[in-house]
Design a protein around this ligand. Structure first.
Ligand code: SF4
Length: 467
């Protein structure tokens, strides 16, 4: 289904441009600080009226033992474990505040921990935090409970504790096993160490073991990156996320420590992507969206085949409900993002702001956005492209309104070059992304984004690229 051979470097180069990742619509740069705690509480009150609807929960642990030079996250590098204990104390108070604001018990269907490094916390702190959350938000029996870990700080005791709590899906950061690349990115992590954790995770009972790779790092070459991919394939990893490295040293100062002269050029970078597409496709992995691959029997691959994919701040997930509504996601922790009843909210980046609000009994949301009717429609179009690879025009047509093709004539016109390049088909009734077009989903979404032109006109920088 990937048609990897048909995606040439020339095509990748042609469509590589700055553009959002569309983990939300409208995207985070559109949100403002006019939206705060009051608006978030209103959104939670609206959500309360849908008490039967399932929801997901994201828990953010920002700590790391050392800084990887390519990192794009907001992390706190510290060796002082008491900082993490204090963080858990505050988060437990945040859990209580959130539970009070959402009194109608709804079904927790997806519970995810990310960071930073969640396994920076020692096992007993993980248990304390999880039990505190569980007491207020008990997961459904079939809930998906997942965590991201750094193999360098994760012990077998962590894996035992996590499995005992109910975690069944685990994602490990790998990026590239080549020693020269690892030294340049300040992340030395052997195959042996990683393999021992993969084996132990499976032994204790994790049902899905996933790996993250990154392409575009210093010293990466197709031959050695190919060896990393082959290792991952040998281990029969269930899902692989293969992210493009975004070099933004003016924004992430630690990236200045990378040897810039060793970064692959655009053509070399795309050769790495083309290699990943080709190798995973040949090994029978299904391409999910534009940067995930899953074994055919994995839940995500199944969801993609059944038209039940969803996309939010955690990337791709399985849809909890039939429609595009009701995908509420609550959040805990600094810098976390949530989505509730048509609104996005984000906690502050600074721990003192986050903890200060909580100590005063306030939900710490400090910015966000409430979607209007036009946002809702465009969000649905973008989700349909990102998740279903097609937009049925009839789904957006209502009596008394001009037809879809008329309302979105400008967007559809700007997609004509992509039609000529075989990336999508535009019929009278639907827009359909071809297998070759999957890599370019973000380019296909962009003409439907009503805020992009304004962002460009204001000279607002966009840091990720579309390929
Ligand atoms: S472990 Fe992950 S979150 Fe922490 S610095 Fe490295 S890449 Fe960033």
């Amino acid at each position: 289904m990937n048609e990897p051979a048909a995606i040439s470097t020339e095509l990748l180069l042609r469509y590589d441009q700055p553009g959002p990742r569309y983990t939300s619509y409208p995207t985070a740069p559109v949100w403002t600080e006019d939206f705060g705690e009051r608006e978030w509480r209103e959104a939670l009150a609206r959500a309360n009226r849908r008490s039967a609807a399932p929801f997901s929960l994201y828990v953010h642990i920002p700590f790391c033992r050392s800084m990887c030079f390519y990192c794009g996250c907001n992390v706190v590098v510290t060796q002082r474990e008491e900082k993490a204990r204090e963080y858990v104390d505050v988060m437990l108070k945040e859990v209580a505040l959130l539970a009070e604001a959402l009194p109608d018990r709804r079904t927790l269907k997806q519970h995810h921990w990310g960071g930073g490094t969640p396994t920076y916390l020692p096992p007993e702190e993980i248990v304390r935090l999880y039990r505190g959350i569980e007491a207020r938000f008990p997961p459904a029996g079939d809930a998906e409970i997942s965590i991201e870990v750094d193999p360098r700080v994760t012990t077998f005791d962590h894996l035992e504790a996590l499995h005992h709590l109910g975690f069944r899906r685990i994602s490990m950061g790998v990026q590239d096993f080549t020693p020269k690349v690892q030294q340049a990115i300040h992340r030395v992590q052997s195959r042996e160490l990683t393999k021992s954790l993969v084996d132990e995770a499976r032994r204790v009972g994790f049902t899905s073991v996933n790996v993250d790779l990154v392409y575009g790092l210093p010293h990466q070459e197709p031959e050695t990156f190919g060896e990393t991919i082959e290792t991952i394939l040998d281990w029969k990893i269930d899902r692989i996320a293969c992210y493009s490295y975004a070099h933004v040293p003016w924004l992430k100062k630690h990236q200045r420590a990378l040897p810039e002269e060793a970064l692959p050029g655009r053509e070399e970078k795309f050769a790495l992507l083309a290699l990943a597409l080709e190798t995973f496709g040949r090994a029978g992995y299904e391409m999910i969206g534009f940067d995930h691959f899953a074994r055919a029997e994995d839940d995500l691959a199944w969801a993609a085949r059944e038209g039940k994919l969803h996309r939010n701040f955690m990337g791709y997930s399985t849809r909890m409900e039939a429609g595009r509504e009701g995908e509420d996601m609550l959040m805990l922790g600094v810098t976390s993002i949530g989505e509730v009843a048509g609104a996005f909210g984000q906690n502050p980046k600074e721990r003192r702001d986050w903890a200060g609000a909580i100590s005063e009994g306030r939900l710490p949301v400090h910015r966000g956005h409430r979607r209007n009717a036009e946002d809702e429609e465009r969000r649905r179009i973008i989700l349909d492209i990102m998740c279903d690879y097609r937009v049925e025009f009839a789904n957006f047509e209502a009596e008394g309104r001009p037809p879809f093709r008329e309302r979105y004539a400008k967007a559809l016109r700007s997609l004509e070059p992509l039609v000529e390049d075989g990336l999508l088909e535009l019929g009278d009734e639907a827009l359909v992304v071809t297998p070759k077009g999957r890599v370019f989903l973000r380019n296909i979404c962009m003409p439907f984004d009503a805020y992009l032109e304004k962002q460009r006109a204001e000279g607002r920088p966009m840091f990720s690229r579309t390929v």
